[in-house]
Design a protein around this ligand. Structure first.
Ligand code: SF4
Ligand code: SF4
Length: 409
C-alpha cells in the first residue's frame, strides 16, 4: 500500500512504525473472513481492511470524525485478522497507534468520558475493585435482572498456597481483577508447579500489567503501570527467578510486548526486553514439564470439557493447540468447538463499552462451546471466564483448575 504521511506524524516513532505496517497491507481482504465485527455487521469500515484504511487516511491528514472513532471502538483487538493475514500485517499495533491519535482529536461525549475514566481508575486497582465486587455481590438479589447478570458469581474456595520451598522459582502475577474474581487459578497453578519442584511467587506491590489503561487509550498511564510492574518484579529477576508465568493470557500478551512498547524508554528498554523474553503462558510451561507430571495423573478417564481458546492466547501470542494438548494428555475428553478462532466478546472492557455486540458474540461462543455436550468449559483468561460464566449454567474455569483435579494425592 502506498502512503504519504502528514507532517504532524511523519517523523515520529509511531508514524514510522505505522507507515511500515501500512506498506505491508496489499488490501487483499482475506482478513475480513475472520473478523467478528465484520461478520456481524457486514460494514467494510468494521473490518480490518476498512479500519486499516481509516488509520491510513488519519495518518495522511484527512479529517477525523466521531464515525472514525466508532469504527475503531468496535474493534475487539482480538487480532484474528493478524492470524489470517498472509502479509504479516501487525494490525493490533496499527490500531493502537490510530486509536491514540483519534482520541487526541475527537472529544467523546461527557458520559462516555466519565465511564471510561471510571473503568481506568477502578479496574486496575485491586484495592478498589475487590470491595466494589463484594458490594455488588451483596446487592445482587436486589438489582434489576440485566444488572444482576453482570455481577460475577463467587469463585470456589481457592485452597492453601504452598510456601516457597524450591530452588526453582518463577514469578506469577496476581492480576488486578483475577485475584478478586478467581483466586483459585493462581492457587491451583502454585500447587501444580509445587509438585513439579517449582515455587510460584507473587511479587509484593505487583499491580496491573497495564493492558487495561493502555487499551482504554490512556496509553501513558498504561505505560506507567508497565514500568511499575517491572520495578516490582525486578528484584526477583535479579535474585534468579527462572521465568514469569502468566495465568491470564490477556495479561501475558501485553507483558510479552513490554520490550516493544518501552523500546524508546532509555531507563526501561533493556529491563522490559528481558521481562518479555522471560514471560511464558502457563500452558507453554506445563507442556514443557509434562513428562514429569504424567506419573502423578489419575488413571481413570476425565470429564468432557470444551476449551475456549482466548484470542490473546491463540492470536495475540500465537499459541495454538498447546493447552488443548495438555488437557488431552491429562485424560480430559475435549469436545469439538466450531469457529474456535472467533472472539467471545469479552475483550477487556469491550463487554461494558460495546454491550450489544459483546452479547451477540457471547451467545454465539456459548452455543459453539456447548454444541459438543461438555460437562464444563475451560479457558485461559479471566476476562473470558467471567464473561462466559455470566451466560451459562455450565461451570467455566481456568484449565489449570481442571488439570489439578486430575492429579492424584
Ligand atoms: S491486513 Fe493482510 S489480509 Fe487484511 S487486507 Fe491487508 S494484507 Fe490482506
Ligand atoms: S482485531 Fe479482531 S475485531 Fe479488530 S479488526 Fe482484527 S479481527 Fe476485526
Amino acid at each position: 500500500m502506498q502512503t504519504v504521511l502528514a507532517d504532524f506524524v511523519r517523523d515520529t516513532p509511531e508514524g514510522s512504525e505505522a507507515d511500515a505496517i501500512l506498506r505491508k497491507c496489499v488490501h487483499c481482504g482475506f482478513c475480513t473472513a475472520t473478523c467478528p465485527t465484520y461478520l456481524l455487521l457486514g460494514d467494510e469500515n468494521d473490518s480490518p481492511r476498512g479500519r486499516i484504511y481509516l488509520v491510513k487516511q488519519l495518518l495522511e491528514g484527512a479529517p477525523v470524525t466521531a464515525s472514525t472513532q466508532a469504527h475503531l471502538d468496535r474493534c475487539l483487538s482480538c487480532r484474528a485478522c493478524e492470524t489470517t493475514c498472509p502479509s504479516g500485517v501487525r494490525y493490533g499495533r496499527l490500531a493502537d497507534i490510530g486509536r491514540k491519535l483519534v482520541e487526541d482529536r475527537v472529544r467523546r461525549p461527557v458520559w462516555e468520558r466519565i465511564r471510561r475514566r471510571a473503568l481506568a481508575e477502578v479496574l486496575p486497582r485491586r484495592s478498589l475493585f475487590a470491595p466494589l465486587l463484594a458490594l455488588g455481590r451483596l446487592a445482587k438479589p436486589f438489582l434489576p435482572r440485566r444488572l444482576a447478570e453482570s455481577v460475577p458469581v463467587p469463585s470456589p474456595d481457592a485452597g492453601a498456597r504452598p510456601a516457597p520451598r524450591h530452588s526453582r522459582k518463577m514469578l506469577a502475577l496476581a492480576g488486578c481483577v483475577q485475584g478478586a474474581l478467581a483466586p483459585d487459578t493462581n492457587a491451583a497453578a502454585g500447587r501444580v508447579l509445587d509438585r513439579l519442584g517449582i515455587s510460584l511467587v507473587e511479587a509484593k506491590h505487583a499491580g496491573c500489567c497495564g493492558a487495561l489503561r493502555f487499551h482504554l487509550n490512556y496509553q501513558e498511564a498504561g505505560l506507567a503501570d508497565m514500568r511499575a510492574l517491572i520495578d516490582a518484579w525486578w528484584p526477583h529477576v535479579e535474585a534468579g527467578a527462572e521465568a514469569i508465568v502468566m495465568t491470564a493470557s490477556g495479561c501475558g500478551v501485553t507483558v510479552k510486548e513490554y520490550g516493544h512498547l518501552l523500546r524508546h524508554d532509555a531507563r526501561y528498554a533493556e529491563k522490559a526486553a528481558r521481562i518479555s523474553a522471560m514471560t511464558r503462558d502457563l500452558c507453554e510451561l506445563i507442556e514443557a514439564e509434562f513428562d514429569r507430571l504424567e506419573p502423578m495423573l489419575k488413571k481413570k478417564a476425565g470429564a468432557r470439557v470444551a476449551f475456549q481458546a482466548p484470542c490473546s492466547l491463540q492470536h495475540g501470542q500465537a499459541i495454538r493447540g498447546t493447552a488443548e494438548r495438555v488437557l488431552a494428555r491429562a485424560g480430559l475428553d475435549l469436545t469439538p468447538v466450531p469457529d474456535s478462532h472467533l472472539c467471545c466478546g469479552s475483550a477487556g472492557t469491550y463487554s461494558i463499552l460495546q454491550p450489544e455486540l459483546s452479547k451477540q458474540l457471547k451467545r454465539n461462543k456459548l452455543a459453539a462451546l456447548a454444541s459438543g455436550g461438555p460437562d464444563e468449559i475451560l479457558t485461559a483468561n479471566i476476562g473470558c471466564q467471567a464473561h462466559l460464566q455470566a451466560g451459562t449454567v455450565l461451570p467455566v474455569k481456568h484449565w489449570i483448575v481442571a488439570l489439578e483435579d486430575r492429579l492424584t494425592g
